[in-house]
Design a protein around this ligand. Structure first.
Ligand SMILES: NC(=O)c1ccc[n+]([C@@H]2O[C@H](COP(=O)([O-])OP(=O)(O)OC[C@H]3O[C@@H](n4cnc5c(N)ncnc54)[C@H](OP(=O)(O)O)[C@@H]3O)[C@@H](O)[C@H]2O)c1
Length: 232
């Protein structure tokens, strides 16, 4: 689909990668971008950017957003959290549930609410922000990697279920991106602007998967290595 004249919703658009998506969409000629945020007052004032109260864990917020944003033809499931608790730590089960609530069930809830909106508007596209950590796990990312692996499978399932209504479903994988989420990580990071550009190019090209940086490409290529790269 074309970004120009599209109407998009980005979750978690008040900062980080979500804000970069919103700016890239506007720069590429989107007619309007709904900026989903838990606190809409934190969305920067930009022409074409429309703040929408949207906590992806709040069913009432999601229903209200789907009703208010009936002109959307591009949804970007961007909102996410990282959990640092080890799976075998004292809070391992609860911490995993928390990260799944946002990174898996939040994505599902938003996708379910907006699937009929996308159908009404001709199919459009549904993009979900995954990670190179959908395929690999690092010390300290066990729960996050579970959530992103599950969200990857969710994305593949949604692609099958939405094919009939002509919705392009795009999974995005990337390594570290320079946002608050990984501000304490001392490793090379991609610029959020570059990730957003790669994703919009993939949407326009009709892609189902975007490997948005070298890390994502390296990890996926490592599936064929012996031993596979994700075995650590
Ligand atoms: N940064 C990386 O290295 C990296 C790499 C690969 C993939 N990703 C993925 O990229 C996406 C964006 O991450 P980021 O790097 O921009 O992270 P970030 O800087 O921590 O920003 C996270 C965003 O998600 C929002 N959010 C969190 N929980 C929410 C909820 N329940 N409802 C609505 N919004 C919620 C936050 O809103 P508040 O301001 O209200 O907290 C914020 O806008 C995430 O899905 C992340 O997993 C990140």
């Amino acid at each position: 689909m074309k970004i120009k004249n599209s109407t998009a919703l980005v979750t978690g658009a008040n900062r980080g990668l979500g804000l970069a998506y919103a700016k890239a969409l506007l720069a590429a000629g989107a007619r309007k971008v709904y900026a989903g945020a838990r606190d809409p007052s934190t969305v920067p004032a930009l022409e074409g950017l429309v703040p929408v109260k949207l906590d992806v864990n709040d069913a009432a917020d999601i229903a209200a957003a789907a009703a208010a944003c009936g002109d959307v033809d591009l949804v970007i499931n961007n909102a996410g959290i990282i959990g640092g608790e080890p799976l075998l730590g004292s809070r391992g089960v609860d911490a995993l549930r928390e990260v799944l609530d946002t990174n898996l069930y939040g994505v599902l809830a938003v996708s379910r609410a907006f699937a009929p909106v996308l159908r009404t508007n001709g199919g459009g596209a549904l993009v979900t922000m995954l990670s190179a950590l959908s395929w690999a796990s690092l010390p300290g990312t066990s729960a996050y990697s579970v959530s992103k692996a599950a969200a990857w499978a969710l994305t593949n399932g949604l692609r099958n279920e939405l094919r009939g209504q002509g919705t392009q479903v795009v999974g995005v994988h990337a390594g570290y991106i320079d946002t608050d989420m990984v501000k304490d990580v001392d490793s090379p990071k991609s610029r959020p602007e570059d990730i957003a550009q790669a994703v919009l190019a993939g949407v326009e090209a009709g892609d189902s998967e975007v490997l948005a940086d070298d890390t994502a490409r390296h990890v996926k290529a490592g599936f064929g290595a012996a031993p596979s790269l994700y075995l650590g």
